[in-house]
Ligand binder design. Structure first.
Ligand code: PLP
Length: 421
């Protein structure tokens, strides 16, 4: 019997002290921890001198959350990490820790909507300068650099457009400018992409998505150097307060056990569905990094070990076809989020998106329209049987439905319902 294989599953476990927990830690719900009355251990804990200092209060650190932090740090090959309540809590902790009035941020003009809105609408309120550029075009990144650039923030693959951004090249631009590079690697997970190995200073995940993988817990994580993570914990976890619930940490730990297996299935099914859609008469264009037709296909192949479970596509029938697809799928659900066991679809109509994004200039809008046409359907390919998923899309795409024809007619109504919200 191989010792190594057994050890890799059992080593380090102390059953006597941990009877209730074979592979997962207990859910430590206690908010406050008994402290030494006085002395250096007390000061270590209160000042959070290091990652291993005793727990004081659950907003600062928690035993269940710490197990999750150590596990994700190992997966991502990161020196240190802070887990927080959501992906957005991770992104806000990052920018509020490292950016001050007078600093400059360069970020993807399109990425997770909550992140772009935080950057474009809120950071300027605090005197932080923001440039939104297409970071998949390195000239734009380079041209945006200013003497006060502190942080370059990218997502790759980009949500929802599925552009691929060159992480190593952006790291080089950031470092030459004396700035740091943060990568939101949510779509790729540590299974497909290792940003630290190619120069990233920070990696962010919405653990709500693939890391948990079950669609039943919000969570986020920031990874980086020991010093930077300690700063985030002391300055932002303590003061902004976006602490992760230990129950959610437990759920995410439970989900993580199957991450590799799930990603293999998500990737295989998404690859098959991407090819199927590319050949479909109702589909105008498919954006999946694994397709040779994807403009960033070769970069994706060099940066990612497999092409992921997310794809985007344009429909020949525009908004009407999107409404039909959304209403006529039976196995897919029309819903936001991604990385769940269930397959999900979500549509971004370009004009409506522009209306909610007053910060885009004409150049940014025309770039977005070039890629997304009049709208883009994002698909998160789940863990269901792939033939069933394919048939489901096919029947919904071919469906005759009065709303397909009424797409353009419906558009003003959709617009009005959005603007009165
Ligand atoms: C969902 C998502 C986020 C935000 O995560 P939450 O956990 O919902 O706060 C950030 N980045 C990307 C790429 C996402 O998909």
């Amino acid at each position: 019997m191989s010792k190594l294989e057994t050890d890799s599953i059992h080593a380090g476990l102390v059953p006597e002290e941990n009877l209730q927990a074979l592979s997962l830690p207990p859910i430590s719900t206690g908010v406050s921890y008994k402290l030494p009355a006085f002395g250096s251990k007390l000061f270590d804990a209160l000042l959070m001198e290091n990652d291993q200092a005793a727990h004081v209060y659950s907003r600062w650190s928690n035993p269940t959350v710490r197990v999750l932090e150590e596990r994700v740090a190992a997966l991502e090959n990161a020196p240190a990490t802070v887990a927080v309540a959501s992906g957005m809590a991770a992104i806000s902790a990052l920018v509020f820790t490292f950016l001050s009035a007078g600093d400059h941020l360069i970020a993807n003009e399109v990425c997770y909507a909550g992140a772009v809105e935080l950057f474009a609408v809120h950071l300027p309120r605090f005197g932080i300068e923001v440039s939104l550029v297409d970071t998949s075009d390195l000239d734009q990144v380079q041209d945006a650099v200013r003497p006060n650039t502190k942080l370059i923030y990218i997502e790759s693959p980009v949500n929802p457009l599925m552009k691929i951004v060159d992480i190593g090249a952006c790291a080089a631009i950031a470092h030459a400018a004396g700035a740091k590079l943060a990568v939101d690697s949510t779509f790729a997970t540590p299974v497909l992409q290792r940003p630290f190995d190619i120069g990233a200073d920070f990696v962010i995940h919405s653990m709500t998505k693939y890391l948990n993988g079950h669609g039943d817990a919000l969570g986020g994580i920031i990874l980086g150097s020991g010093q930077d993570m300690l700063r985030i914990r002391r300055e932002m976890l303590v003061h902004l307060g976006g602490a992760l619930s230990p129950f959610n940490a437990y759920l995410i730990l439970r989900g993580l056990a199957s991450l590799q297996l799930r990603m293999e299935k998500h990737c295989a099914s998404a690859g098959q569905i991407a090819s199927f859609l590319e050949a479909h008469p109702k589909v105008e264009k498919v954006f999946y990094p694994g397709l040779e037709s994807h403009p960033h296909h070769s970069l994706a192949k060099s940066q990612m070990s497999s092409m992921g479970g997310m794809l985007a596509f344009r429909l020949k029938g525009g908004l009407g076809a999107a409404i039909t697809l959304a209403e006529k799928v039976k196995v897919f659900s029309y819903a936001t989020s991604l990385g769940h066991p269930e397959s999900l679809l979500f549509y971004y109509p370009t004009d409506i998106y522009f209306e909610s994004a007053a910060y885009y200039n004409q150049e940014q809008k025309s770039r977005l329209r070039d890629w997304a046409g009049d709208g883009i359907m994002r698909a998160s390919i789940g863990l269901e049987d792939v033939e069933t998923l394919q048939k489901d899309l096919d029947q919904a795409l071919r469906r005759r439905y009065w709303k397909s024809a009424a797409g353009n007619l419906l558009y003003p109504l959709v617009k009005r319902s959005l603007s009165t919200k």
